[in-house]
Structure formats: C-alpha cells, structure tokens
Design a protein around this ligand. Structure first.
Ligand SMILES: [Zn+2]
Length: 348
C-alpha cells in the first residue's frame, strides 16, 4: 500500500512538519481568523442570541458513504448521486454536505479541536459542507470567500455503555483502520441516528478556517454544546490503526479569537444576566450591570451604559439592601437609586 505524501503532521516535536511550523510552511495557518477556538459562555467577543430552527435535508436518509483511513482521521465522503444539505440555524444560505470526519487524542482527556469553556472532549466530528452557490468543493475553496464552506461540529463524551447509534460508523472504521489509505464504498450511515439529540442544543457560530494546513479562512463554523455519547471501547477502535507512525493526537490547538465575534445561539436563553452578557461582549462601558452578578439581587435586567440605557421588564434591582431602578423611557445615562424611604435619586 502506498502511503500518501504529507507535508504536515500533528507531532509537536517535529520542527520540520509539526504544528509549531505550520504557520511557517503554510502562512495562512498564522492568520487572524483561524480555527479551532475556545468557546466561552460569556466574555469579550461572545454574543448571545436565540436559536434559529434548522432545515436538514436528507440527513435522515440511509445514505451511502465512501470511508477512508487518512492516518490522522477517518473520513466519510458522501457518494455521488446522494445529496444532503443544511440550511436555517442562522447560516444564511444552503450548504451541501461533502464529508464528515473525526478528531481525537491519545486518551479520553483530550481530542476535541474546539474547547467549551476551556474543556476538552475525547473526540469531535466535523460535517464539512460547501456553499451551494459553488458547483464543487474545489470551486468553493478556490473562491477564498469567508463563507465558502460551512463546518458543523459535535463533541463526544465517554459513557459507560457502547452507543449503538454509532455502530454503522464504528464497524466501518474497524474495516478501514486495517491498513493505511484503506477505503471501502457503499457504507450505509443514517446521520440522524446519532446527531438528533445534540442538534436540539445551543450552538456557537463564528467565521474561521480549516483546522489543517493550509488553514484557509473560508469556513463558517457551527459547534453544538451538547456532546454525543461514546464508550471507551468504541473510542479505542478509532485510535487503533495499522500504522501508528503518524502520532496519537489528531487535533489542532485552539487559536486566538482576535477581534472576531462568536454568537451563541441559545435554545433556552438564560434569563439572568442575559442582556448584560450581550452588551459586555460589545465592549460597551458598563455601569449598573456590574450589580447583576450579585446573588442578593431581586431582578436581573437593568443595564446602564455609556451612551444608552437598556432595560427589560423588571426594572428594579436590590443589591445590599439598596434598590436600584432604571429610569423607564429614558434615553439618557441614568441610574436611579431608590432609597429606604422610596425616594428616587439620580446617581449619575
Ligand atoms: Zn476537522
């Protein structure tokens, strides 16, 4: 069997081809909109919004896939004559599925590419789509457009029992991992068998890149928050391959967020602090929202900023026995303090 010639790898100690020299050998790997990233519940650059329904065309079909051992991953490519597409979810247009593949690590403590509040998962699956305005994935990549591709990622987490919904995938992996570059065709996988539950969870969205060289910054990313279950035994089948010379950790480290915004589409928006976290993300000058993390508060939505006043239905806060109220119908910077005798004073 001929091994594919590769110009990069995941071996940190390899200073000719490893991740430490990717940006030397492939300059875009040192770009400002690379992937993966650490996904946070809140913080600069993170904006919360309400989830948008997904439109999944033929995800529930019993589709045929060509499955290939690619050393660093196992790739399932949708066979010709099949069509699966994804829209809705805030994507903005229709994206056609081309393939899915996995990233994992040497043990269950590492392996995912994205992190969720700094946490690693043992594996992450990526569904790679091309924007439907391009005829082929080659055309999409060549366009260089920031939305040329869409990738949808799900985390996996270890559960005690095998996940029978992964059987079709695990069985195919076991076959192709017998030899490097081994591939089989006509493998039937119905994707909704294992993604349906996670698809109902909140998800992140940002503009990023391919996580392998050349790291082209052409990917609209979606990463779901709810992981898919997998047993340690099933994980081990993915890790075991004929040629172990390619290393054991097949994921890229997180990259700087830079000046990008990340949207968290929430299926069940948290009531508390929601407004404040939105606005904190936009780097406005905070005043009264600082109170909102105080557990003694009665209500949670009263935010005064440098140039605008935001308020929700509840307009009174109680912090350390002092009641604060936002002035209603006001366009000025005001925090009104309601003292113990119920007098209202302008604090600003
Ligand atoms: Zn990937």
């Amino acid at each position: 069997m001929l091994y594919a010639v590769v110009e990069w790898n995941y071996i940190l100690s390899d200073l000719a081809k490893g991740p430490n020299v990717w940006s030397t050998n492939f300059p875009t790997c040192g770009g400002t909109r690379n992937s993966p990233i650490n996904l946070l519940s809140a913080g600069p650059g993170f904006v919360r919004t309400r989830a948008v329904p997904w439109v999944l065309n033929n995800w529930n079909g019993d589709n045929s896939w060509k499955v290939k051992d690619e050393h660093y991953t196992v790739k399932f490519s949708l066979e010709s004559g099949q069509a699966m597409s994804t829209s809705g979810g805030g994507l903005g247009t229709v994206y056609d599925i081309v393939q899915f593949h996995f990233h994992w690590g040497a043990d269950n403590s590492i392996g995912s590419e994205h992190l969720l509040n700094g946490r690693s998962f043992p594996m992450e699956i990526h569904f790679v789509h091309k924007n439907s305005r391009y005829a082929t994935i080659g055309d999409a990549v060549a366009s260089g457009a920031s939305d040329a591709l869409a990738a949808i990622g799900f985390f996996f987490q270890i559960q005690a029992q095998d996940n029978p919904q992964l059987n079709a995938i695990i069985n195919a992996v076991q076959v192709v991992r017998q030899d490097s570059d081994f591939e089989v065709s006509g493998v039937k996988v119905r994707v909704t068998d294992f993604v349906t539950s996670a698809f109902k969870s909140s998800y992140y969205r940002y503009f990023g890149g391919l996580t392998t060289p050349g790291c082209q910054e052409i990917v609209l990313w979606t990463v779901f928050t709810e992981p898919i279950g997998i047993s340690a035994r099933q994980m081990q089948i993915l890790r075991t391959q004929a040629n172990m010379s390619f290393g054991v950790n097949f994921f890229r480290a997180v990259q700087p967020l830079g000046s990008r915004l990340v949207q968290l589409f929430e299926t069940q928006p948290a009531r508390r602090n929601r407004v404040c976290q939105d606005l904190t993300a936009l780097s406005l000058d905070l005043a009264a929202c600082l109170f909102l993390n105080d557990p003694s508060m009665l209500t949670s939505v009263c935010c005064i900023f440098q140039s605008e006043l935001f308020y929700y239905k509840s307009l009174r806060l109680k912090v350390n026995n002092t009641i604060y109220a936002c002035a209603t119908e006001s366009s000025t910077n005001q925090v009104l303090r309601v003292d113990n005798s119920n007098n209202i004073n302008n604090m600003t």
